[in-house]
Each structure stands twice: as structure tokens, then as C-alpha cells.
Design a protein around this ligand. Structure first.
Ligand code: ASP
Ligand code: MG
Length: 408
């Protein structure tokens, strides 16, 4: 018998029919003797509907009131799911975030969980109840309703699993797991049976379609076994997101190929090669809250060097504007930039113990005639920036070169 936290996303509870299906699934687990805490999102589209309703009244809705409002989406689904469970003869009780007492800070619309009082949940479980908890919401120290940011129900699920020391946190969604790359680009992409927290974080561009990335960080920090599963399939083991297991030797060297089209590249030419320059360039960008991703500086020659970095495409124009005075001030030669780039990454913990990954990656791209504009590496990831128009070709070629289309 295990203590399991299950989380069902918006599409999984998108209609009363689907909520009844979820109840049947939960009842099945309960029947096997497990203790269950179930976290649900609002019905599909409901959070968006509530936000646009608010915007009809106030262009930039008051954050405190917006939280009061959007938190109602989840309050509806917890009640409906509990009713559906009771209808199946399963004892169930629903709670809002504030009732549980999921205590958060007071940063409305993007609050962080500070602590969870699990007493009430524990005593309900002891009475044989399924406990149904509203995702995405909490309460601050003054009793104000807060929400955790879009997709925040995943984080509620993981946080409850951590607080209750659950055996597993199962995230039910509309896909059956995490794939070696996006199957819409590479039809041969396979579902991974297992992936580490670190890899999942490095694959944010793939993973974030499946899970709120913050929930993965949380799970890694508190050692919560996470499993992504489809709520539309009866069977299936999904993808387990867990710690690196040194006992299962011989895992694939590369686990997946991630990609991202949302970046723009900026190069400052002829930058004087002296202390403080990187700070003069990136300081104002950081002050404007723009995240810089890759940074490359060449070796200097004749006292000058080139300095390149990437930012999110949405921040591109703004970054160019911020840079203008700095570039003048340091008397650089000029800026070349473009937003028609893409980043492609090979990710895998196996990289730590295998040589030659980078050369396989570069050879593969060379054979396709794809020029690499920037390269960056971490212990478990190699990323390249290339022309956006070759992105899909690069992803396909790399997926094949690392044998990701073959059963592991
Ligand atoms: N209902 C919220 C949203 O749409 C939270 C969630 O679904 O995780 O973002
Ligand atoms: Mg979601």
C-alpha cells in the first residue's frame, strides 16, 4: 500500500464526463488499497475565461482580486470530483488551498509555497477518505487568496507529495509521457521510460509543454518521484522523472534533443578588450530584467574582441535599445543581430562518462551543411545556435545520429 498524490490537468477534467472518468480511475487505485490525494486544475479553458472576464472590467486587473477570481476555477473541479467519487461509493472530501493551509508568500498571481499543513489531510486519509485538493492556489500570512502562476497545479501536486512524503506524484495529462524530441517534428520520437530531474530541466523547451518547470525543480529539491501519464489511456507507465540511478548502467548517452525558436542573437563587434566590459554590456540588460541565455566572447586581438549573446525573442527590440548607449560609451565598432535563429540541444547525463558527443553532433550538422553560429555546453548538454530555417532538419538528423529512434 502506497501514498500517492495524483494531479489531473485541465483537459483531463474538461467536462463532467471526463471528471467521472477521473473518479473511476481514482476509485480503481483506492480499491487496490492505496491512500490517495488528488489535485485538480480548473476545467480546460476556464482560467483563461476568468482572466478575460476580469479584463473586461479592468485592463490590468488588481492582482489580489484576480487571484480571488481565478482560484474559483479549481474550486469547481474539486467539488465535482468529490461528488463523482461519492457517487461511486468512495469516501471523498474536497479542500481549497486555503482550507488545507497551503501557506504562500504574498506575491499575487505568482506566489511561492512556504509551507503546507498536512494534519487535516492525514486525518482524512486515516479515515479512509480520498482527499481532493484545489491546485494552483494558496493563502498568504494575512489570509489573502493567492495563486501560483499558470500551470501551478503541477507545483501544488509536487509540494503536497513532498509534504506528505508520498511514494509517488503522478501527473495525469493529455500526453503519455516525455518524448526524446517533439513527435510533430520527428515521428520516430519515443517515449522515455525514465529521465533525471537534471535532464528534464535542461530539456525545458520540451518538458515545459508537459509540466510546469518549477514543479520539476521542486521535485528535485525534495526528492519527489514524479511520473507523467496520460489520463486518456487505461494502462501505461508514462515517464518517471527521478534521480540518477548508478545501478542501471548503460543508459543512453543522449536522452533527448531539445530545441527552442524563441531566441534572438546579438553580437557587439570590436569591443575593447579590457576589464569591466562584459559588465558594462550586460549590466543594463540585467537591470531591465531581461534574461540572457548563451554568452560567448572571443579571444582578443589588437586590443579588440567580439561579444555575442542570446535573449528571448520578445526581449530582442528592447535589448537593442538598451544596448545603444552602452555600445557608444565603450566605443565598440557596432552591433550585428538577428532573431531568425534557433537553439538545438543534445541532453543526457550519460555525456559525463562518454567522450565524442560534441564531435558526433558537429559532424552530423556539417553533413547536413548546417552552419553553427554559437556553441555552449554544460556537463549534461551541448547547445548550438543555427539559422532558424534549418532547425527541423537539425533536430531530425541529431535524433537519428544519437540512435534515439531505436528502442533503448
Ligand atoms: N488552472 C491554472 C492554469 O490554467 C493552473 C493549472 O492548470 O495548473 O494555469
Ligand atoms: Mg498544465
Amino acid at each position: 500500500m502506497a501514498l500517492i498524490v495524483q494531479k489531473y490537468g485541465g483537459t483531463s477534467v474538461g467536462s463532467t464526463e471526463r471528471i467521472k472518468n477521473v473518479a473511476r480511475r481514482v476509485a480503481g487505485w483506492k480499491k487496490k488499497g492505496h491512500d490517495l490525494v488528488v489535485v485538480v486544475s480548473a476545467m480546460a479553458g476556464e482560467t483563461n475565461r476568468l482572466i478575460s472576464l476580469a479584463k473586461e472590467v479592468q485592463a490590468h486587473p488588481e492582482p489580489r482580486e484576480l487571484d480571488v477570481m481565478v482560484a474559483t476555477g479549481e474550486q469547481v473541479t474539486i467539488a465535482l470530483l468529490s461528488m463523482a467519487l461519492v457517487e461511486l461509493g468512495v469516501k471523498a472530501r474536497s479542500y481549497t488551498g486555503a482550507q488545507v493551509k497551503i501557506l504562500t508568500d504574498n506575491a499575487h498571481t505568482r506566489a511561492r509555497i512556504l509551507s503546507i499543513d498536512e494534519q487535516r489531510i492525514r486525518s482524512d486519509l486515516a479515515e479512509g477518505c480520498v482527499v481532493v485538493v484545489a491546485g494552483f492556489q494558496g493563502v498568504d500570512g494575512e489570509g489573502n487568496i493567492t495563486t501560483l502562476g499558470r500551470g501551478g497545479s503541477d507545483t501544488t501536486g509536487v509540494a503536497l507529495a513532498a509534504a506528505l512524503k508520498a511514494d509517488e506524484c503522478q501527473i495525469y495529462t493529455d500526453v503519455d509521457g516525455v518524448y526524446t524530441t517533439d513527435p510533430r517534428i520527428v515521428p520516430e520520437a519515443r517515449r522515455m521510460k525514465k529521465i533525471t530531474f537534471e535532464e528534464m530541466l535542461e530539456m525545458a523547451s520540451l518538458g515545459s509543454k508537459v509540466l510546469q518547470i518549477r514543479s520539476v525543480e521542486f521535485a528535485g529539491k525534495y526528492n519527489v518521484q514524479l511520473r507523467v501519464l496520460s489520463s486518456f489511456e487505461e494502462e501505461g507507465e508514462g515517464t518517471l522523472i527521478t534521480f540518477e540511478d548508478n545501478r542501471t548502467m548503460e543508459h543512453a548517452v543522449i536522452s533527448g534533443i531539445a530545441f527552442n525558436r524563441d531566441e534572438a542573437k546579438i553580437t557587439i563587434l570590436g569591443v575593447p578588450d579590457r576589464p569591466g566590459i562584459a559588465y558594462q554590456i550586460l549590466g543594463p540588460i540585467g537591470d531591465a530584467n531581461v534574461d540572457v541565455d548563451m554568452i560567448v566572447q572571443n579571444v582578443g586581438h589588437d586590443g579588440l574582441t567580439d561579444f555575442s549573446f542570446t535573449v528571448h525573442r520578445n526581449d530582442y527590440q528592447n535589448t537593442l535599445k538598451i544596448l545603444e548607449p552602452a555600445v557608444k560609451h565603450i566605443q565598440a565598432r557596432g552591433i550585428v543581430s538577428g532573431d531568425k535563429i534557433a537553439k538545438v540541444s543534445a541532453v543526457g547525463v550519460g555525456m559525463r562518462s562518454h567522450a565524442g558527443i560534441a564531435s558526433t553532433m558537429f559532424r552530423t550538422l556539417a553533413e547536413e551543411g548546417i552552419n553553427i553560429e554559437m556553441i555552449s555546453t554544460s556537463e549534461i548538454k551541448i547547445s548550438v545556435v543555427i539559422d532558424e530555417k534549418y532547425m527541423e532538419l537539425a533536430v531530425r538528423a541529431l535524433h537519428k545520429a544519437f540512435n534515439l529512434d531505436q528502442p533503448a
